[in-house]
Design a protein around this ligand. Structure first.
Ligand code: IPM
Ligand code: MG
Length: 364
């Protein structure tokens, strides 16, 4: 298979981790007989520095012309004081909106090798956690009407959803639930918000097509609590843009490290998907060979699975990551309280070495 992948390294540790994911993608291509052509996209703070805006139209065009896009991270203190329209984060929203990737899949899986990094008690975690968050990504308050009054003392953002926007997310939630444990929880704030009440009406309608799936609802405040109280009650969660943003960070912590979680942003399947780790740009450790590249490497696996339908290749990456962890290799963030032992064993590694190890295990 020959495909074009747009690389969007972005800011901070973005370039560090994307470089390792590319090494892994190249190793997969070699092993399975594929060819990837890469295009480079400048977005985020890097684009502000170079072009004066976070996502120039032609950079988005490069993504749209590719078969899939892999992003590192955007943002950093250097650009924090810019007006919101000019901030690096706008690049992310521009990419998501421009590429029409309306659904963000965020699997929160606990790697058994990293169980010690989970802050929850053993009896809560049991034999592991495996939750899939399906987050709406191109609507709601992130994209709704917003404004600030002339005197600067009043400001507003609007949570607005249409039936089709909700339906495609909820349907996706049901579809994934069918291939998993057949449980779907819609997270909302239906005791207050009209938009949430619409989410529930739509979910009730879509439910008729999935009689085997147990559908439940939780208010966001309760859901946040349940996620640490009894996370194993969750299989698939479908939710709005902002609630999904919040819940996925929380989910990342209970699985051990935010440095391990990948994500896929997909649309109706006719255009390229956008793949990115859920962690941020961590500017304090950028370029220091300290960042954990595994979330980006696992995002590359999702890219192969969802955009190219290459399940064996995706699995090969995931198995290699698992084997590397089995053998005790750790970056600082996942060494946790064992850091001294890991160091003594010579298994505390940096970004580059971790990438090399995944390639090595992939070729075993
Ligand atoms: C995420 C991030 C982004 C979001 C930010 C950087 C705009 O937090 O992908 O979760 O809120 O969507
Ligand atoms: Mg977030």
């Amino acid at each position: 298979m020959e495909k074009t992948i747009a690389l969007i390294p972005g800011d901070g540790i973005g370039p560090d981790v994307v470089a390792e994911a590319v090494n892994v993608l190249d190793a997969v291509a070699k092993k399975f007989g594929h060819k990837w052509n890469y295009t480079n996209v400048v977005a985020g703070g890097a684009a502000i520095d170079k072009f004066g805006k976070p996502l120039p139209e032609e950079q988005l065009e490069i993504c749209l012309k590719s078969d899939a896009a892999l992003l590192g991270a955007v943002g950093g203190p250097k650009w924090d004081n810019l007006a919101s329209e000019l901030r690096p984060e706008k690049a992310l929203l521009g990419l998501r909106g421009g590429m029409k990737v309306f659904a963000n899949l965020r699997p929160a899986v606990m790697w058994k090798q990293l169980k010690d990094a989970c802050p929850l008690k053993d009896e809560i975690v049991g034999d592991g956690l495996d939750i899939l968050i399906v987050r709406e990504l191109t609507g709601g308050i992130y994209f709704g009407e917003r404004g600030t009054s002339a005197d600067g003392n009043t400001a507003w953002d609007t949570e607005k959803y249409t039936r089709p926007e909700i339906e495609r997310i909820v349907r996706m939630g049901f579809e994934y639930a069918m291939s998993r444990q057949k449980r779907l929880c819609v997270v909302d704030k239906a005791n207050i918000l009209n938009s949430s009440q619409l989410w529930r009406r739509v979910a009730e309608d879509v439910k008729k097509d999935y009689p085997e799936v147990a559908l439940s609802y939780l208010y966001i405040d309760n859901a946040s609590m349940q996620l640490v109280r009894n996370p194993r009650q969750f299989d698939v969660i479908a939710t709005s843009n902002m609630f999904g943003d919040i819940m996925s960070d929380e989910a990342s912590q209970i699985t051990g490290s935010i440095g391990m979680l990948a994500s896929a942003s997909i649309g109706d399947g006719t255009g390229p998907g956008l793949y990115e780790p859920i962690h941020g740009s961590a500017p304090d450790i950028a370029g220091k060979d300290l960042a954990n590249p595994l979330a980006t490497i696992l995002s590359a696996a999702m890219l192969l699975r969802y955009s190219f339908k290459l399940e064996d290749e995706a699995k090969a990456i995931e198995n290699a990551v698992s084997a590397v962890l089995d053998d005790g290799w750790r970056t600082g963030d996942i060494a946790g309280s064992h850091i001294d032992e890991v160091k003594a064993a010579g298994k505390l590694v940096g970004t580059k070495k971790m990438g090399q190890l995944v390639v090595e295990y992939l070729n075993k």
